[in-house]
Structure formats: C-alpha cells, structure tokens
Design a protein around this ligand. Structure first.
Ligand SMILES: Cc1ncc(COP(=O)(O)O)c(C=O)c1O
Length: 354
C-alpha cells in the first residue's frame, strides 16, 4: 500500500537527521550532579522563552505535571481542574496515588475554565473540608480537540485564583501550538501560572522530554520531587539537545500542522456518516464524531487503518486525528479520501447507509 498516515498522536514523530546530529554532538555531563551543560542550556532557553526564572527537564509530561502538583499541594489538599483534562483522565491516577490530593473536576463546554465555573468551589477553611490549593489549566486542550485557551480568559482566571491564594499550574504540553496559532507570546500565557509544563516530544518533534518552568523556589522544590519520582537522568544532554533543536527549528512550522488539520477537517466534514466541526479545529487536533446508525468509532478506526490512516477512538463515538512533523502535506487531501473509502468498505447495511 502507499504511504501510511499516522495520525494517532503528535508523539509518534521520528527525530530528523539534523536532530540526531545535534544529539550526537551535544556536550554531556551528569545532570543529577548538576553539570550537564546541554540540559542547562535547554532549561535556560525555555525559561527565557516563557519569562520564568528557572526551567527543569523531565522525561515526560506526566512526570512534570505530577511534580508540579506536588510542589503546590499535598496530602488531603484539593485541586480544581477541567473534567476532560489530561491530568484528570490520563495520568494513571497519579494525583491520588503519588501526591495524595483530591481532584475536583469541573465541566465546561469548551475546556476553558472561567471564574464563574469555579465560583463557590473553593472550600472554606474548616476541618471538615479538603483545603483547595491549586487550579490546573490545559492549553491547548487535548480532550477538547486542541482548543486554545483565550488569553483574556486565562488572565481573568489567573487573577481570580491568585486573589483566593490558589496556585496555578498550566499543562502546556502543546503551548507552542497555541502560541503559533494565536500569535500570543509564550511568556504571556506563562505569566498566568506559577508553573508551566511544556512538552518537546509532541508537535515539536523531539523523541523525549518536557520542561517545567517557574520561579527559582518552585523549580528547586521540583528538583527534589523529580528525584523522588525517579526522574533524575544522568547524561540527559543527549535528549535535551533534541529539545533545543526542536525549540530552535520546529516552532514556526507548527503552522503547517494546523493548516493540514484544517484541510483534513474540511474534507471529512463533507462525508456522510461522520461529523466534524471545522470551526473548532484551531490547532493540530481534529475530532470526528461517528453518527452513522450502528457504526462505532472503533469500527471506523479499524476500517481507516486498513485504508492506510492510523487514528485513535477517544470514545465509542469520537475519533481523534492529530497532525505533526511526519504527516506529509498531501494528507489534507488523502486522509479524507481514505476515510471515504473506509466508510464505503464497511459491511452492509452500514456501508449502504454512510
Ligand atoms: C495535554 C497533555 N498533557 C500531558 C501529557 C503527558 O505527556 P507524556 O505522554 O509525555 O507523559 C499529554 C500527552 O499526550 C497531553 O496531551
């Protein structure tokens, strides 16, 4: 078969030959002992880009988020966050298992927490209650299809939280997708939060790595938590070099991923049996709702895979497609064509109805 389009996630990218060269040539030290110059360079670079005092390199976004939670909150404390957030759904129960915090998920229509959503949810200081300590935000919002958190809303939420003595952590796994799509600088988003995690291994195309940024005190505490979680890495500069390369070469090109995602969404929206809200595709994620009677998202994922498009079902009725560095430009045309074939390949009566 011709090329396979792997749209399961933007984490599937392979390091480019230039990135591999940068990794091979990176000067290394022992980062747990604090002397890996490449890790230090990456941490300084990302701190500069986000306007924060310090940065810290992690093996994964999950570990960076979980470390941030432990920096800001502890056993018996409560964390407010959006119901479809990554931290609530996809981090293996770590807030409960590792930090001993209680998560308080809040429903929203679009992934954007606004002060009225949280009003009345900060618990009074009283021995009956968990103490509310932290609000976690996500930008872009994975579960809401790569939705950008409007900067005005985030600034308002941040003010609201700080007036109540709450810390704010931003899961910015795809922050640079938001930056490129909106034109709002990373430092302006970051100013809304005490700590921000930013993944290098998603749309930016590095094989491994996430940075956490914050003030020097928060990052110093994060260093202890990271060690406790087993995240202290030795000659980590070999990985950090990929992150530096990604930040220097792969940020602006995220606009291409967004354009391809929009094109895929537009093509898919013309097909019967599925629905796509093209207006909601703001970055590199397309959510496809399966509406043909009797057809499920896993059925269509399987059929699409047979036609050379890999994707994930994120619920029994929703398929998620993610564009990235390794998705060729012609995917905008080819992916809808292959989905059309997949829909028609399904056994009757399904195939007859779509
Ligand atoms: C929004 C968001 N946060 C955090 C993570 C976790 O990153 P990792 O897979 O590196 O642990 C992901 C991963 O997909 C994500 O989408």
């Amino acid at each position: 078969m011709s090329a396979v389009y792997d749209l399961r996630s933007d984490t599937v990218t392979q390091p480019t030959p230039e990135m591999k060269r940068a990794m091979m040539e990176a000067p290394l030290g022992d980062d747990v002992l604090g002397d890996d110059p490449t890790v230090k360079r990456l941490e300084a670079l990302i701190a500069g880009l986000t306007g924060k005092e310090s940065g810290l390199f992690f093996p994964s976004g999950t570990q960076a988020n979980q470390t941030a939670i432990q920096v800001h909150a502890g056993r018996g404390h409560e964390v407010l966050l959006e119901r479809r957030s990554h931290i609530f759904n996809y981090e293996a129960g770590a807030p409960a298992a590792l930090a001993g915090v209680q998560l308080h998920p809040v429903d929203t229509a679009d992934g954007v927490l606004r002060p009225p959503d949280l009003e009345g949810r900060v618990r009074p200081l009283n021995e009956h209650f968990a103490q509310t300590r932290l609000v976690c935000l996500e930008n872009t919002h994975n579960g809401h299809g790569g939705r950008i958190y409007p900067i005005g809303d985030m600034e308002a939420l941040s003010r609201w939280a700080r007036e109540r003595g709450l810390a704010v952590h931003l899961d910015g796994a795809r922050l640079f997708n938001a930056v490129v799509a909106s034109g709002v600088a990373a430092r302006r988003w970051a100013a809304c939060a005490d700590t921000v995690s930013i993944c290098l291994s998603k749309g930016l195309g590095a094989p491994v790595g996430t940075c956490l940024v914050g003030d020097a005190e928060a990052i110093n505490r994060a260093r202890w938590v990271r060690k406790r979680l087993g995240g202290g890495m030795r000659q980590a500069g070999i990985l950090a070099a990929a992150g530096i390369h990604a930040l220097e070469r792969h940020v602006d090109r995220l606009a291409d991923d967004h354009a391809v995602a929009k094109e895929i969404a537009t093509g898919l929206s013309a097909l019967e049996g599925i629905e796509v809200d093209v207006e909601k595709v703001e970055t590199n994620i397309v959510l496809v709702r399966v509406v043909a009677p009797g057809l499920t998202a896993p059925d269509l994922v399987r059929a699409a895979e047979e036609n050379g498009v890999r994707s994930f079902d994120s619920s029994p009725t929703v398929i998620r497609l993610v564009t990235h560095l390794d998705v060729p430009r012609d995917a905008g045309r080819e992916v809808p064509r292959r989905f059309a074939e997949a829909l028609h390949s399904l056994p009757r009566p399904l195939g007859g109805r779509v």
